[in-house]
Design a protein around this ligand. Sequence first.
Ligand code: RFL
Length: 386
Amino acid sequence: MGIIGAGPAGLALANSLEQLGISTVVLEKYSRAHVESRARAGLIEHRTVAFLDSLGLSGRLRAEGVPHASCEFRYRGESFSIPYGELAGGYEHYVYPQQFLVRDLADAYLERGGRLYFSHPVTGVDVDSAVISAQSAADGAELVVECDFVAGCDGFHGVSRQAVPAERLGAFSKRYEFGWLAVLAQAPPSTKEIVYALHEDGFAGHMLRTPTVSRYYLQCPVGDSADNWSDARIWEALERRLAVPGWELSTGPVIEKAVLDMRSYVAERMDHRKLFLVGDSAHIITPAGGKGMNLAIADAQELAAGLRAHYADGESGRLAGYSATCLSRVWQAQEFSHWMLQLLHAPEPGSGEREFMHRLQLSRLSQLRSVPSYAAMFANSYVGVV
Ligand code: RFL
């Protein structure tokens, strides 16, 4: 199996296939140091942890990650917690930074003798012959890999999706009418659980990463620039939007800030001839709900199961159903992420619907707060049981 990309999808797939006795080669565009320092996701779903457990790859995650079973919603100076773990039948999330998981998966793969070529951007994929061409970033030497199949795990801006004809890809997308300023700061968490705040100035989120680093999100206009957000403006906005009586925000130096384009994209088919698209190369989702990395790893799990059936049992039905199986989960996550955004985002000022929408949001929050069956639906989707 030729695997393009050493992100969560590519490395989960590579480890899983090697354990099944299916040989793999992984080609990655960037250096190891670059890949292992990219801070992105941090919320690891119950079913992702269970998959990593089954591969014996969750040791550090379980030792250093922090289990979470409750999150907090804030609005109009009030707050309430949802014990989503309990509501979802005792399952929990882990907070563990994506770059740590990538490091763990790369270590495990290399320890098994896996062939992982860092700094080798793939330049072409032949979907009929499953031949991959790459070039060494160091000396320009060409590397050609002949495989049975190719897994395009090269993220949204990779090359593999371009090898699928547009009419087969048949993609769907949605762009939201607001952006998110994503902030990473050298600041200890100001809360024990993730906080989502609805505020008339826009959404604010306080996410957890490590005891010394936290992530925050602030709703901002589409096309806004991170340069418009000084550290002082960021902390002032977070303090105002997240405010509840008696609560204090810990601050610290901002390490990273970027305005995210809030958009979702789903390819209608995730396979073409001998190529399978896995993770962000086939679908992206807004960060609301923390689903992207989990979906990427779930795709890898499904593809590994299909390949196992193909090689070990000579049965190709599961591989043929790969795209449909993954897409059903992807659309469920898209629906959840969309629902979260509708719950928490202030419509643009000046929109005639603003007050109407705001009252719908308050009604949703009140149902989440007081109707256990409504909260259970949220809990199951959030923790990743359904
Ligand atoms: P990745 O992680 O983008 O990895 C793709 C890899 O492919 C390499 N590559 C190539 N290699 C060889 N040749 C080429 N031509 C190549 N082109 C690219 C890249 O260098 C890279 O190493 O995709 P993958 O594996 O599908 O994983 C997807 C996740 O990274 C992504 O969905 C998440 O980060 C999304 N996401 C979140 N997901 C969650 O589950 N929970 C979260 O809390 C969460 N928070 C986030 C997020 C994404 C964010 N950004 C990037 C918008 C927070 C943020 C700020």
